[in-house]
Design a protein around this ligand. Structure first.
Ligand code: PMP
Ligand code: GLN
Length: 380
């Protein structure tokens, strides 16, 4: 019998595969298609001839741990101990999986806010625990009444994702105040904060759990160098957690990967001296604005995008436009086969799978790709 009977192949895999089979422009799975910074590829080329190919210490390359702690301090003014509170992971995905495996017990409940990224559910189920999925409001802000009601004596963890995939929404001060108030009443609940898009915010600044001291002793914060340095395929991320939680997380990590691949860690460590994460918001804001402008005469209605590199669009006003009265999955399939553009159907981020006539486009693409994709989308 399957341990995960209801878990299917991820929508990102499905849509990317279909895009490639149909030679469509792939705005589905979130990854950049422009060249990686030459300073980074030069470091890798040089390092490949050096002695960097053997195991590193289990928690991470010590100079990278140190520089990561400095990055957290510079960004959020939080002092993190590199040896006891930090862990380099094989992408945020492994960080999330490892933290959940280490901290969630059988029959515990984990609160997840929908629409939600797909990496949270399966690790909870593999702990023989249960997810409690709570819908965000229609404008994708957290609904604190519903969230509070979802807590029970069995609640072990709440997962938040800010900036938010897929909606591009970012949390406000009042959201954190509301969360802190609820968590005050539940002192044993752990907060897992997925902040992989922390440096990709636009008009408003990202508020990180790293800047909420009240939450430090119960939080695991997840980051991804893949997102911040345009190298999603490298799969390097990190976790920050207080020592008592991190001890448990490391017990799982050492048997899941032992250590993350050496050359990527050493390259990122050197690159951190050259690059500034402060440029990332402006870089992607230009792409967001350009993509939105290209689509302004289309029949898609563009939702606000405050952060991440995803644009959610409603196709509610073009119901039969591409000859399907099916759901958003069918709409996305037809978008690939008939129009040559791949997107992600947002219903797949919800436990109820209900069609809300929303699709997600990734705009982390070079301008030529965005132009051609928009040209095609304007004909829908
Ligand atoms: N969390 C969110 C919200 C994501 O969008 C992603 C995907 N890129 C991840 C985690 C996984 O990140 P990584 O590629 O570093 O494993
Ligand atoms: N995070 C990426 C997205 O939302 C997908 C990464 C993956 O396929 N695992 O598109």
């Amino acid at each position: 019998m399957s341990k995960l009977p209801n878990i299917v192949t991820s929508i990102f895999t499905v849509m990317s595969k279909m895009a490639s089979e149909h030679n469509a422009i792939n705005l589905s799975q979130g990854f950049p298609n422009f060249a990686v910074d030459e300073r980074l590829t030069d470091i890798v080329a040089r390092l490949s001839k050096e002695e960097v190919h053997q195991y590193l210490p289990m928690s991470g390359y010590p100079p990278l741990l140190l520089k990561t702690a400095q990055l957290v301090q510079k960004s959020y003014n939080r002092i993190v101990h590199p040896e006891t509170e930090l862990l380099i992971t094989a992408g945020a995905t492994q960080g999330i999986f490892t933290a959940i495996q280490a901290l969630v017990h059988p029959h515990d409940e984990v609160v997840i806010l929908d629409p939600s990224y797909d990496s949270y559910e399966a690790p909870v189920l593999l702990c023989n625990a249960k997810t409690v999925r709570v819908d965000l409001n229609d404008n994708f802000t957290p609904n604190w009444e519903r969230i509070e009601k979802a807590f029970s004596s069995k609640t072990k963890m709440i997962v938040i994702n800010n900036p938010h995939n897929p909606t591009g929404k970012i949390w406000k001060e009042k959201d954190f105040e509301a969360l802190e108030k609820i968590l005050d009443k539940h002192p044993d609940v752990i907060l897992l904060s997925d902040e992989v898009y922390e440096y990709i915010t636009f008009e408003q600044q990202h508020i990180s759990v790293h800047s909420r001291p009240k939450l430090f002793d119960r939080s695991v914060v997840v980051s991804s160098f893949g997102k911040s340095f345009h190298v999603t395929g490298w799969k390097v991320g990190y976790l920050v957690a207080p020592e008592n939680l991190m001890k448990e997380i490391k017990k799982v990590h050492q048997f899941l990967v032992f250590c993350v691949n050496s050359i990527s860690q050493i390259a990122i460590c050197e690159y951190l001296d050259l690059v500034s994460v402060d440029e990332l918001g402006t870089f992607y804001q230009e792409k967001r604005d350009y993509f939105r402008k290209l689509l302004q005469d289309s029949r898609f209605e563009l939702m606000p995008c405050e952060g991440t590199y995803f644009q959610v669009a409603s196709y509610a006003s073009i119901p039969m436009a591409i000859g399907t009265d099916g759901d958003d999955v069918a709409f996305c399939e037809r978008l690939i086969t008939d129009y040559g553009v791949a997107a992600i159907p947002v219903s797949t981020f919800y436990a109820d799978g209900k069609d809300r006539k929303l699709v997600r486009f990734c705009f982390a693409k070079d301008n030529a790709t965005l132009e051609e994709a928009a040209k095609r989308l304007c004909t829908v």
